[in-house]
Design a protein around this ligand. Sequence first.
Ligand SMILES: Nc1ncnc2c1ncn2[C@@H]1O[C@H](COP(=O)(O)O)[C@@H](O)[C@H]1OP(=O)(O)O
Ligand SMILES: [Mg+2]
Ligand SMILES: [Mg+2]
Ligand SMILES: [Mg+2]
Length: 358
Amino acid sequence: MSQAAGNPYAAELAAAKKAVTLAARLCQAVQEDILQSGVQSKADQSPVTVADYGSQILVSLVLKMEAPASSSFSMVAEEDSEELRKEGAEEILENITELVNETIVDDGTYSIYFSKEGILSAIDDGKSEGGPSGRHWVLDPIDGTKGFLRGDQYAIALALLDEGKVVLGVLACPNLSLGSIGNLNGGSSGDQVGALFSATIGCGAEVESLQGSPAQKISVCSIDNPVEASFFESYEGAHSLRDLTGSIAEILGVQAPPVRIDSQAKYGALARGDGAIYLRFPHKGYREKIWDHAAGSIVVTEAGGLVTDASGNDLDFSKGRFLDLDTGIIATNKQLMPSLLKAVQDAIKEQNQAASPL
Ligand SMILES: Nc1ncnc2c1ncn2[C@@H]1O[C@H](COP(=O)(O)O)[C@@H](O)[C@H]1OP(=O)(O)O
Ligand SMILES: [Mg+2]
Ligand SMILES: [Mg+2]
Ligand SMILES: [Mg+2]
C-alpha cells in the first residue's frame, strides 16, 4: 500500500516531495558549476550560499502554492536574509534572484517572477520558532554543506510538525544511489543516482528516484548480531567524536569499518537497510537543530527503526529551533537498540573515567 492511501497528510506529502525535487534541481546545477569551476577548493563559499538560499526559496514557494492552507504558513528553516541585506551582498542577491527565476521558468509549473525584495522576504518565510502547537514546516535547504562542496552527499530535508510531533518527512539526496550503498563509501557504478525518501506517520517509509519512478516501501535491516552490523557516521571528523564512536563500536563487537557519509543521507541509507547503526556524537557545546533530524528521524522510525538520544529518550521536536537532548543521537533497528544503548552508556562512562581518574 502506498503512503497516499488513507494518509491524512497526503496533500502535504505531495507538496513536500514537489518542493524538495525542485530545490534539488537548483542545487544540482550549482554543484555542477562549483565542481567545474574548482571554486570549492578556494576560500570563496558564495556558490554554496547561493544554493542554500535558492533551495530555501523554492521550497517555501512550492509549499505555499501546493499545500492546503488550512492554517497560516509557518516554517522553521536554517537560513535567513540578514547577510543578504548587508552592503556588499548585491551581487550575490542578484545571482540568487537569477538562479531562482531560471529554475522556475525551466520547471514551467508556476508563472511567478521574484524581484530582489521578493527573494529576501521569501527567505524570511523560514523564521518561525516552531514549538508545541500548530503546524510548522521544518527545512534544511542544504544539509551537509561540506559534502555539497566536495561533490559528495548532501540532502534537502523537509519535515512537518503537527502539535509538536514530526508527522511527515522527505529527504532528497541527489547524489545517493537508488540501490544500496552497503559497506561502500559511495554508490556502486552503473546504479541510478538521486534518491527521494519519504515517510508519513503511521504509513511507513518509501524511496523513489528523484527523476520520478514508482515508490518502493523500505525497512531497516533485521540484523540482531552486532558482529554483523555496520555503522554510519559523519564524513567530517570535526562533526563527531570519533574516539567515542570507535569505542561504542568496539564494545558492541562491530567488525566492519564505519561508513562515513555527509548529511541526513545517513538516515535514508539506514532506513533502507544499507547499514545497521547511525552514531552522532558532536563535540561538547554543539547544539543540534531540529532541521538536521526531523525528516531523517521519521524516515527511520517509519521504516521500523528507532532514533533516540544517548539515554534512550525520544527526540523532542517541540521545543523550538533547537533539540534539547542528552549527549548524542543514535539510530538503529529494534533488535540492536538495547545492546547499542548499553554500549553507548559504557563508552561514555569509560570516557568520563579516563578524563577524570579517581
Ligand atoms: N561542528 C559541527 N558539529 C556537528 N554538526 C555540524 C557542525 N557544523 C555544522 N554541522 C551540521 O551537521 C550537519 C551535517 O553533518 P554531517 O554531514 O556531519 O552529518 C549539517 O546540518 C551541518 O550543517 P549544514 O546543514 O549547514 O551542512
Ligand atoms: Mg544541516
Ligand atoms: Mg544546511
Ligand atoms: Mg549551514
